[in-house]
Design a protein around this ligand. Sequence first.
Ligand SMILES: Nc1nc2c(ncn2[C@@H]2O[C@H](COP(=O)(O)OP(=O)(O)OP(=O)(O)O)[C@@H](O)[C@H]2O)c(=O)[nH]1
Ligand SMILES: [Mg+2]
Length: 314
Amino acid sequence: MTSVAGTDLVARARDGDKRAIARLLSVVENDEPAAAEVLRELYPLTGRARIIGVTGPPGGGKSTLVNRLAGAYREHNARVAVVAVDPSSPFSGGALLGDRIRMQERFLDEGLFIRSMASRGHAGGLARTTSRVVNVLDALGYGVVLVETVGVGQEEVEVIRVVDTVCLVTVPGLGDDIQAIKAGVLEIADVLVVNKADRPGADETARDLAQMLTLGKLRTSWKPPILRTTAATGEGVAELVAAIDRHAVWAGESGERERRRRDAARTQVEDLLREALVRRLRDRLGEDRVERAVARVADRTLDPFAAVEELLKD
Ligand SMILES: Nc1nc2c(ncn2[C@@H]2O[C@H](COP(=O)(O)OP(=O)(O)OP(=O)(O)O)[C@@H](O)[C@H]2O)c(=O)[nH]1
Ligand SMILES: [Mg+2]
């Protein structure tokens, strides 16, 4: 894609053309040649959206809840984008997504955009791709961006770091399985949700979560509230929206929001810096020189630390 085409795409996306937006996101997601230019053009427009993450074990009702939240924010006239990182479907970028877009165009309002992202196969990692996708949607004027990920595994924890407010969704009756909620995820949760509160055991689960919270050390003065929702009917969703709002206000006033955004910015810069440095060093030393060092590390005649020192000395 030439630079003119990239810019043209940006212009159409800014006009609200959903196909152009989808195409733009693909450029960024697949790290196509125009990606850097697109991001450069859009970056000055970012920083305005409220970015809300919804994470938790599979099947807990995250998507149902995200739909409810999207509806609630649409009622407040915000343009809403949903980014669903779908671990189960390798087709997210393809047929399924196409269907969803057609559905949106046919039935839904202009102010809602839904994007599914495969969770595997992203150059530079899922967290990087997600933050770029969120940046694009932010720049295009979506005032609320909802990010859904399954809260298992380190990569998902990294993904959720790009958001302003993290909602962790659990369900009643997890029992001992509540341990399956990685401590790392609980640590970064700002709002705890016991969904499927229509089922027995919601109170016990809420108590278990409160218990787990007292075990961990709070990083800040924010004490994560524990809410009960029934996403299937919408019960408790208004309270969840209010809790997310309270967290946003607190994050703004306490400096936490600034701190997170700075961390995210640092990650992006260091990430690119690392790549650029490795690329330059490889160019300067020559592929052979690097590969010789790799071979010696592989056959144990050199340890990796010494290899790096040697390469840097060269
Ligand atoms: N009883 C009850 N069922 C619910 C509730 N919310 C969601 N469900 C059901 O739970 C199932 C899973 O819901 P999803 O919203 O797809 O859950 P998810 O967490 O997005 O699932 P994955 O993305 O696959 O991890 C669906 O059959 C929903 O209809 C609820 O509040 N109560
Ligand atoms: Mg889901």
